[in-house]
Design a protein around this ligand. Sequence first.
Ligand SMILES: [Zn+2]
Length: 249
Amino acid sequence: MPGSVKTEAVVLRTLRYGEADRILHLYTPQRGRVSAIAKGVRRAKTRFGGRLEPYFRLHMVLYEGRSELLTVTSADTIAGHPQLRENGPALDSAARACDAVARLFETADPHPGVFALLCSELALLDVGAGGGRSHATHANQLAFRLKLLLAAGLAPQLAACAACGEAEHLSAFSGAAGGVVCAACEATGFMLGEEAHTFMTGALGAPLADVPAAGELALRQAERAIAETVEHHGHVRWRAAFPAGGRRL
Ligand SMILES: [Zn+2]
């Protein structure tokens, strides 16, 4: 049933198409990931201005015909995140965040919480890039991913051994078991230090703006735990959460 769809959307990525068109991968609150074509958008004069770019949050009207690909009818900016665009680390973090959403939430299932989380992350990166405290950090990106896992119903078990239920001596992490494991069960996992465990628990419980600090070793362990969780239970692979070798800000 052809018709118009009004929705908010974040532009996850764009692809050139033909001579003047562009395909947009969008994330929406009620329709999950949507692909849409913007016709004529690469010509000099276009009614869309420069709005159909990655990391824009928009009010959109999309025309839905018989094809899976919707057509952009109109787009109005809610947040363009101009400061983020001028800042390399913030742009890199935004790209990784959008990619993580696109891979784990690739269907039309509605996840309004994921949409809200992505909007918060982009807004934080924008404020940080404009001279506020930078959120383009490894810790922030891992916290964002933990919250995505939570929204997907895949949050790792952190309070007790995921294999036997033991509450003490939680010394390792097993992606297959789905969380931390105790000393008796640790053969199924890899060593997860107390700092990494504390970071993960704290990051899941705190708002994105208040992600706890942790050392680089702990963050690397947390990233491995998160990566194994999403591979075992979400059946997707995420890009590294942070540029290789870390980054000085
Ligand atoms: Zn155990």
